[in-house]
Design a protein around this ligand. Structure first.
Ligand code: SF4
Length: 594
């Protein structure tokens, strides 16, 4: 397909850029968004950057499926559909592929999921893998000549000082809780389980300070205010450059009265760099996400996370918090070194460190990582990739050292404990009291924050955790009234975490119950077969009763989890129907014998 395929003969290609839907995850903040009156946490920065790299005369439209739907007519009207996705968006990605196949519109796919798994993806016309700055131009050139190839994969790392600013104008800012921009790509560390180094390299590449200020100015002029995520793999990967950037950002922010509250991702060794933490705070950063992974030092060594072993972990977290930066952190269970006590140790660490936002995941062997290679060599890989979503299925894509059942049970216990409202609010209060107030706290409350506050008062007062919510609110506000925005933000995020944990655990409980019902039915069937026709009829009635009950239960799930519940129910029904067929066969055998 190429330029010749343009449907209406006009010169400019009509390109439709589609960002697939994110399933509800701990990251998505889906259940916190109504408090802010928004539909998604962040705009699709990758696609907005791709849009900026497309020819100026192309007619562009961007549809983020997290905030609006796409119709078959919109796909059919486009000359070309471009899609970018992460592994976690696979299901929605596949639905878009199917729509393109139905309409016959050529589809170009890129982003982390196609880059890692394109060999397993069907229905895509062209893959533009790796980084768009090097792979999109040759595709565009071939497309213009009507000779586009199936796959473009130049692994070289582009100089991102030449990357144009993202086309923020293509999205409606009112639909998003915050803005996003990117300063650097790549990470100097090499953790065994992480695909960042494979995707973006070992040497962090940064944009120039003027580029970042230009992007901030674009956002500012476009009316964006408030939360701004600097979407870097490791913001402090190139400290020399970051030290040059931060004073510039601080100056720009001060001149405009600090319109943005920034947050980013960085490695934990930030804690040893006082000056850098001060510079972050001065620039208006109030949160940093760090990968702690595990409190077990031997495991950190074994997985190559040595940057976390140089200082005591708790001391590191506290040093960052004391500067006025909230620490959000990632944790993983399922490492080879994990023993039975790892679950309690993770829970204890998260609570002691006062980390409200603790993203706990089951270890996944991501394609292209050192972990993936090692497990494949050890014959422990079960599938090339997992779904990348620990909130809808707890499938492991490798054989863990610990018993898989024990690992899943332990993981669920960590989630249940960490997101027990009493524990969560205790961590929030601990953090609020520990954090030094700074620039971003001492400012006028924004309208969106006021809305969130009133919505929170209404919604969380009439919740199952109302008492602990009020106790937290009163204690935190009375002791740190100037941190009202942070206090309410944490309460609102808590609602998301509690909701997703409750639904995830309910779905898992439902699946376990179905498993037990199946085993029970099998045992009863064996007994019935040894008995008479009446016991077989009683077994049939029992089976029908259990299937009806399971069907009813599967319809009572939160809409976001209903698909998973329905899938589990259908599998259960197929299995017990299989038992019935076995029974009919057995009956036949019995009749023949008579
Ligand atoms: S520090 Fe973070 S981004 Fe860097 S390799 Fe390790 S996990 Fe990946």
């Amino acid at each position: 397909m190429g330029a010749a395929s343009r449907k209406d003969g006009c010169l400019a290609t009509k390109a439709l850029l589609i960002y697939p839907e994110m399933p509800p995850t701990y990251w998505s903040m889906r259940y916190a968004l109504p408090f802010l009156g928004c539909q998604a946490a962040l705009p699709p920065l990758g696609l907005l950057t791709v849009a900026a790299l497309l020819p100026a005369d192309w007619e562009l439209k961007l549809i983020d499926l997290n905030v609006e739907a796409v119709s078959p007519a919109e796909i059919a009207a486009a000359d070309l559909v471009l899609i970018s996705a992460m592994l976690v968006q696979r299901e929605s990605f596949e639905r878009v592929v199917a729509m393109c196949r139905t309409s016959g519109t050529p589809l170009v796919a890129g982003g982390p999921y196609p880059t890692s798994c394109h060999e397993q993806i069907e229905g895509v016309d062209h893959f533009v893998l790796g980084e768009a700055e090097v792979n999109l131009p040759p595709f565009l050139e071939d497309y213009r000549r009507g000779q586009a190839k199936r796959c473009y994969r130049d692994p070289s790392r582009p100089d991102i000082t030449r990357t144009p600013p993202p086309r923020f104008d293509l999205v409606d800012r009112t639909r998003y809780a915050g803005a996003a921009l990117q300063y650097s790509r790549g990470c100097p560390h090499h953790c065994e389980f992480c695909d960042i180094v494979e995707l973006f390299g070992h040497t962090p590449r940064t944009k120039a300070p003027e580029q970042i200020l230009d992007e901030m100015e674009l956002l500012y002029r476009g009316g964006w205010r408030g939360s701004l995520f600097v979407v870097d793999d490791n913001f402090i990967g190139n400290r020399r450059q970051v030290r040059k950037l931060l004073p510039e950002v601080a100056r720009w922010q001060a001149e405009r009265g600090f319109p943005f509250t920034l947050y980013t991702e960085a490695s934990l060794d930030l804690a040893a760099d006082e000056a850098l933490m001060d510079a972050l705070v001065a620039a208006g950063f109030n949160m940093v996400f760090v990968g702690i992974e595990t409190p077990d030092q031997a495991t950190l060594e074994a997985v190559g996370k040595r940057q976390n072993t140089r200082m005591d972990l708790l001391d590191s977290v506290r040093a960052i918090q004391a500067k006025g930066l909230e620490v959000a952190a990632g944790f993983i269970v399922g490492f080879d070194g994990d023993r039975a006590d790892i679950f309690d140790r993770q829970i204890r660490f998260i609570n002691e460190a006062a980390i409200p936002t603790a993203m706990v995941g089951l270890l996944t062997a991501l394609p292209g990582t050192r972990l993936h290679t090692r497990l494949a060599a050890e014959g422990r890989l079960l599938s090339a990739s997992a779904g990348g979503n620990n909130t809808h299925d707890l499938d492991l894509n490798f054989t863990p050292r610990m018993d898989a059942g024990q690992l899943r049970t332990g993981y669920k216990r960590v989630l249940a404990e960490v997101y027990r409202p009493r524990r969560y609010f205790a961590r929030c209060l601990g953090l609020i009291l520990r954090m030094k107030p700074h620039q971003a706290s001492v400012r006028r409350i924004r309208l969106i924050e006021l809305r969130a506050f009133f919505y929170s008062l209404f919604r969380q007062t009439f919740s199952r955790y109302s008492l602990v919510y009020w106790s937290y609110l009163l204690r935190a506000l009375s002791r740190r009234p100037f941190m009202a925005a942070e206090i309410v933000t944490m309460a609102v995020k808590g609602h998301h975490f509690f909701t997703i944990t409750q639904n995830l655990l309910a779905l898992e409980q439902f699946k376990e119950r179905l498993g037990r019902s199946r085993q029970d039915l099998e045992a009863r069937l064996r007994q019935a077969l040894a008995g008479n026709a009446q016991s077989l009829a009683a077994w049939q009635r029992c089976r029908e009763r259990l299937v009806a009950k399971a069907r009813l239960r599967s319809t009572r799930f939160n809409p976001d989890f209903k698909v998973g519940a329905t899938r589990a129910f259908e599998e259960f029904r197929a299995l017990v129907e299989g038992l019935s067929h076995g029974l009919a066969f057995k009956k036949l055998e019995t009749t023949d014998e008579h």
